[in-house]
Design a protein around this ligand. Structure first.
Ligand SMILES: Cc1cc2nc3c(=O)[nH]c(=O)nc-3n(C[C@H](O)[C@H](O)[C@H](O)COP(=O)(O)O)c2cc1C
Length: 337
């Protein structure tokens, strides 16, 4: 239904316009989507307990789709086991100039250089107060105008404000679209950033899981550093991976646009990163696997490589909400073998 009817229509328009249109549609007519789409699979065997949280199924929505926490309830109704909001920054910011989102149809991919456009953490908090029972991850970042030396404060502000309203946190230092942000992935600044957040966290009566989201473009040496940092700062886990700067083997017209590449061209590399982290750490911490999941098999491969949960973004745009059920069905079949 989605691929044969809805996608061909949506793909005729500008991707960012379609994003806003889909948002308003789901917000106002989400009940229609429920009528036409298959019912989400609910099954006890899909439940997972990871970093102390109970997930109704292991398939989540990745950060960047519902940046401002406007649609988490409707998206959860589509079957996602958890929704990651953000990246949020302390103050609202417009992001980069448009056009900044590009479909690479022949590659089943997207290039984006959105630049953390968001309405700021305060507005999101007001919306999250209305959350009834959706499991929410809060993905946090820094404002573009904040220099890296002061970045810790931005993360701390978002952490404190979101703390009562999210179930886990994601420290995003891996977006390629905020100048110099990825420098915060280096050992010294990253240890400091995570250490300071953990300090705040451990002062709470009930600390919450903090995860680190990493780029797929890190070298093996940098990945080994990440393992050390996770152990040293005792954060709860890693999300692997964000978008890539690589442009290997692309054929689409838009392939030379600046920004982060997501979708099918990322599938293999993000699975490699998951496997590397899992093997080299001796499965020391949970990993959320994300990057180029377009089929149930892609998700299974990430789970087999060591991920405890998976997330979708580009695959959700290309394959539609049916992909959630397909993955959960495949997991059930795999477990009953
Ligand atoms: C348009 C767009 C915006 C994104 N925004 C964010 C973001 O704000 N924060 C973040 O951590 N990741 C962001 N991402 C990255 C995704 O969460 C995901 O890590 C990446 O796209 C790889 O998964 P995929 O191949 O399934 O899309 C964004 C991705 C896209 C396509």
């Amino acid at each position: 239904m989605y691929k044969s009817l809805i996608r061909p229509f949506l793909f005729k328009f500008d991707p960012e316009e379609v994003h806003h249109f889909t948002f308003s549609f789901l917000k106002n007519f989400g009940f229609l989507a429920k009528l036409f789409l298959p019912k989400p699979i609910e099954d006890k065997r899909l439940e997972r307990e990871v970093f102390g949280l109970k997930f109704k199924n292991p398939v989540g929505l990745a950060a960047g789709f519902d940046k401002d926490a406007k649609l988490f309830s409707e998206l959860s109704d589509l079957g996602f086991g958890f929704i990651e909001i953000g990246t949020l920054t302390p103050r609202p910011q417009p992001g980069n100039d448009k056009k900044r989102l590009f479909r690479l149809k022949e590659d089943s991919a997207i290039i984006n250089r959105m630049g953390f456009n968001n309405g700021g953490v305060d507005e999101a908090v007001e919306r999250l107060k209305k959350n009834k029972n959706v499991l929410i991850g809060g993905n946090i970042g820094k404002n573009k105008v904040t220099p890296n030396e002061e970045a810790v404060n931005d993360y701390k502000i978002c952490f404190e404000k979101l703390f009562p309203y999210v179930d886990y946190f994601v420290v995003n230092v891996s977006s390629p679209n905020t100048p110099n942000l990825r420098e915060l992935q280096e050992k010294e600044p990253l240890t400091k950033l995570l250490g300071e957040l953990q300090k705040l966290n451990f002062e709470k009566p009930k600390p919450k899981p903090i995860l680190l989201k990493i780029a797929p473009d890190l070298t093996d040496e940098q990945l080994l550093d990440i393992i050390d940092i996770v152990k040293e700062t005792q954060i709860a886990g890693v999300i692997a991976t964000n978008t890539t700067l690589s442009r290997e083997n692309l054929i689409s017209e838009n392939k030379s646009e600046t920004g982060g590449l997501s979708g099918k061209p990322l599938t293999k590399r993000s699975t490699e990163v998951i496997r590397f982290l899992s093997d080299k750490s001796g499965k020391a911490f949970p990993i959320i696997g994300v990057g180029g999941i377009h089929t149930a098999q892609d998700a299974i491969e990430k789970l087999e490589a060591g991920a405890s949960l998976v997330q979708l973004y580009t695959g959700f745009i290309y394959e539609g909400p049916e992909l959630i059920n397909e993955i959960n069905q495949a997991i059930l079949e795999k477990e009953s073998i």
